[in-house]
Design a protein around this ligand. Structure first.
Ligand SMILES: [Zn+2]
Length: 210
């Protein structure tokens, strides 16, 4: 069933709210946020509660942690005489200098470009929704779907980065442990996924419907 007609006009304006827990389409008068689903008793929300402010909180935290994720060592390798620490970027440079350009480009793309692009895309969506812009809603929804879809594969980034650096160091290491950069990078990935999950893409269309 389609809740929205092509020319706009959303279900909320017609007094209809879908229960997030069981999917029941409820008809309600007044504010849905104070009502419960008649079938499963879950609280009804027309939109995700505090979607914009929660998404901002996650995005800002991710931006802050993006700095240590790229400047602190992601992997520390200790041999008897030596301690090596590698950041993501130094891993990329190591591969580049050793002639493995494809691997260097892959790590650079997966660990530096993709997380930053996701954060910029979420920032763009947040600003456009806050400013109530009626601009390319279909393209913005597509952008959100892309950010959300990439999020599910994001944890791969850290494995690619850590394993690649480990491969470079494999001859010299005696013991190997993840550095603080790895923890920060993992936090960036998780925070970006939470930000994408907190954002309600229906807000993009609210200007159309009202
Ligand atoms: Zn329900």
């Amino acid at each position: 069933m389609s809740a929205t007609s092509a020319d706009g006009g959303c279900a909320t304006l017609r007094g209809l709210v879908t229960c997030q827990a069981c999917g029941l389409l409820c008809r309600c008068r007044g504010t849905p946020d104070t009502l419960c689903c008649p079938r499963c008793r879950a609280r009804l929300h027309a939109r995700k509660p505090n979607s914009v402010s929660r998404t901002w909180a996650f995005v800002i935290a991710a931006y802050i942690l993006y700095i240590p994720a790229n400047t602190l060592p992601i992997l520390e390798t200790r041999s008897l005489f030596d301690v090596h620490s590698n950041t993501i970027m130094s891993g990329v440079i190591l591969f580049w200098n050793s002639g493995s350009w494809f691997v260097a480009a892959l790590i650079f793309f997966a660990s530096i470009v993709v997380p930053l692009t996701k954060l910029i895309a979420l920032t763009l969506l947040l600003v456009s929704v806050q400013r109530r812009m009626d601009w390319q809603p279909r393209q913005r929804t597509r952008l959100y779907r892309l950010v959300d879809a990439i999020g599910r594969w994001s944890m791969l980034d850290i494995y690619v980065a850590a394993l690649s650096v480990a491969l470079v160091q494999v001859e010299s290491f005696a013991s190997m442990r993840a550095g603080l950069g790895a923890a920060a990078f993992g936090a960036v990935v998780v925070l970006t996924m939470l930000a994408a999950h907190s954002f309600d893409p229906r807000l993009i269309w609210d200007e159309r419907g009202s």
